[in-house]
Design a protein around this ligand. Structure first.
Ligand SMILES: *Cc1c(COP(=O)(O)O)cnc(C)c1O
Length: 356
């Protein structure tokens, strides 16, 4: 399916936001990408149009039953002015894994990457250039039948919007405080934990609010069945350095398979350090800390890349990791991945796709 993308340029380009005050997800570029799906036509009519509101029937299925998926990646400006995407084919592959779980029809992955490139290229002037800034890319799919019966929709929209975003760490990397969640769960095996679907987020907000009230940035989820094993943090996967081993929870169906997670596993192995994907209980983690073996803890995700965990609270037992500072491995991962993304570190693994 190589389809031609039709283009309708805006006649009213917006004023550019102040690059020093971008924040995250608040500003949107001049254009968006849309493609429709029907059972008869498959995915059709790919188009880039001026950014603006959608007109949707109030009965549109996504509003009622949440049949939707999304993705998140970034475009980076290199110092010499090129535009880099980081492993976009992995995001498009994950679209189809999420689609499969959510009864959404499969999408042409290669065409999805082409659509991202076409839209980013069109709005290239919107990519900020200040250190640490980027253009956040949000592809998503929604169910669009106007119908209140419970079944899979027969029509969908695939869309991509772009948002210039500020540096995640404007004043240097600072470790975060995380609370292990004992009451609420995010996902169970057989559910939707591995899919990037809005439902997973809707049900996570309550626990996050309660953790915020106690002064914690995010919650660390435990498995939904035994509530013993560590799964992931908010919108990040987690890694722990215990003695000579780096441990990250195995992909068991209830954890989101992060692309940053995969990249970290790759790099750590490449550096000759042992990484194990396995079950890890909160008890083992706290025991390792008591034995002086827990030397680093960090989250991984597209937004922050690496987010060191400085403090963990489990049932009001509080431990500090790496003296509340960023560990050596965390720092090396951060420098390497952001360096590859921004073109200052050699792209040994062919992770970069350039936008022309
Ligand atoms: C997107 C996401 C991640 C991180 O994935 P990346 O591909 O590394 O950005 C981790 N956990 C959840 C729940 C997510 O939605």
């Amino acid at each position: 399916m190589t389809q031609k993308i039709s283009i309708q340029k805006t006649r009213n380009p917006k004023a550019r936001p102040d690059q020093k005050k971008l924040g995250f997800g608040q500003h949107f570029t001049d254009h968006m990408f849309i493609m429709d799906y029907s059972r008869e036509k498959g995915w059709y009519d790919p188009r880039i149009v001026p950014y603006g509101p959608l007109e949707l029937d109030p009965a549109t299925m996504v509003f009622h039953y949440g049949q939707a998926i999304f993705e998140g990646l970034k475009a980076y400006r290199t110092e010499d002015g090129r535009i880099n995407l980081f492993r976009p084919e992995m995001n498009m592959k994950r679209v189809n894994n999420s689609n499969e779980r959510m009864s959404i029809p499969q999408f042409d992955e290669a065409f999805g990457v082409e659509a991202i490139k076409a839209l980013v290229s069109m709005d290239r002037d919107w990519i900020p250039t200040e250190p640490g800034t980027s253009l956040y890319i949000r592809p998503f799919i929604i169910a669009t039948d106007p119908f209140l019966g419970v079944r899979s929709s027969n029509t969908f929209k695939f869309m991509i919007i772009l948002s210039p975003s500020g540096a995640y760490y404007p004043s240097g990397i600072n470790p975060v405080k995380i609370m292990i969640e004992n009451e609420y769960v995010r996902a169970v095996r057989g559910g939707t934990g591995f899919a990037k679907t809005p439902a997973n987020y809707a049900i996570s907000l309550k626990a996050q609010e309660l953790a915020h009230d106690k002064g914690y940035v995010q919650v660390l989820w435990l498995d939904g069945v035994e509530r013993k094993y560590i799964e992931e943090v908010g919108s990040m996967n987690v890694f722990f350095k215990i003695g000579d081993e780096v441990v990250t929870p195995e992909l068991n169906g209830s954890i989101l398979p992060g692309i940053t997670r995969d990249s970290c596993i790759h790099l750590i192995r490449h550096w000759g350090v042992k990484v194990t994907e396995r079950k890890l209980s909160a008890q083992e983690l706290f025991d390792a800390h008591a034995a002086g073996k827990l030397t680093e803890a960090f989250g991984t995700g597209t937004a922050a890349v690496i987010s060191p965990i400085g403090e963990l609270n489990w049932d009001d037992k509080v431990i500090t990791v790496a003296g509340g500072k960023i560990g050596d491995l965390s720092a090396k991962l951060y420098e390497t991945i952001t360096g590859i993304q921004r073109g200052s570190v050699k792209d040994e693994f062919k992770w970069i796709t350039e936008v022309k």
